[in-house]
Write a protein that binds this ligand. Structure first.
Ligand code: ATP
Ligand SMILES: O=P(O)(O)O[C@@H]1O[C@H]([C@H](O)CO)[C@@H](O)[C@H](O)[C@@H]1O
Length: 162
């Protein structure tokens, strides 16, 4: 019987220990974004596709379950575990590498990755983000991608619960 291979996207999920070596293999300009990505929706898929088009590779930093708890999104969040959230992002063609961060902000991770372009959604005031100031220190830039389709995890959860 032909053995069934493991999902090929699993290899896009990178442990913090392997991160520096994996980043070195990615083509530049390298785009980085971060977030919770709890219940993946169309807004996320479009956002990540547009982010990828800004450069030659896209790395996504995902909040660990413990770090989501620090963000005040609700006691029951995240709905999906960090392993599941990483796997779904890795399954997207636009995403080249996914890794986890455990702090309240991705600043330490960004220092390690040193992206050429930092991306966040239009729901953020880009100029006020510490991440934007950080990437500027090595000549990187920050781009805001417009919030689309009025989709969010919180809205979906509201619909499910009502
Ligand atoms: N509809 C959307 N259009 C464009 N970008 C989006 C959209 N929803 C989320 N993003 C971006 O995706 C990233 C991850 O967002 P996040 O996981 O907070 O999504 P969310 O669905 O708004 O979640 P929540 O409702 O829990 O805040 C962020 O950078 C955010 O700006
Ligand atoms: O999915 P979210 O809530 O958009 O992701 C958060 O983004 C924060 C942002 O980078 C603030 O500057 C970050 O601090 C937080 O850890 C989440 O990733």
């Amino acid at each position: 019987m032909t053995p069934i291979p493991a999902p090929s996207f699993d290899s896009k999920v990178c442990s913090p220990a392997d991160l520096t070596a994996r980043i070195a293999q990615l083509p530049r300009p390298l785009v980085f974004t971060n977030g919770v990505f709890d219940i993946l929706h169309r807004g996320h898929a479009s956002y990540l596709d547009q982010a990828r088009q800004l450069g030659a590779s896209l790395v996504v930093g995902v909040n660990s379950d413990a770090s989501v708890k620090m963000l005040g999104k609700g006691a029951d969040r995240p709905i999906n575990s960090e392993a599941d959230r990483q796997a779904l992002l890795a399954a997207l063609a636009s995403v080249d590498l996914v890794t986890l961060f455990t702090e309240q902000t991705p600043v330490q991770l960004i220092e390690q990755v040193r992206p050429d372009i930092y991306v966040k959604g239009g729901d953020y005031e880009i100029d006020t983000l510490p991440e934007a100031h950080l990437v500027k220190t090595w000549g990187g830039k920050t781009v805001a991608i417009p919030f689309l389709y009025e989709r969010s995890t919180s809205t979906l959860l509201g619909k499910i619960r009502s």
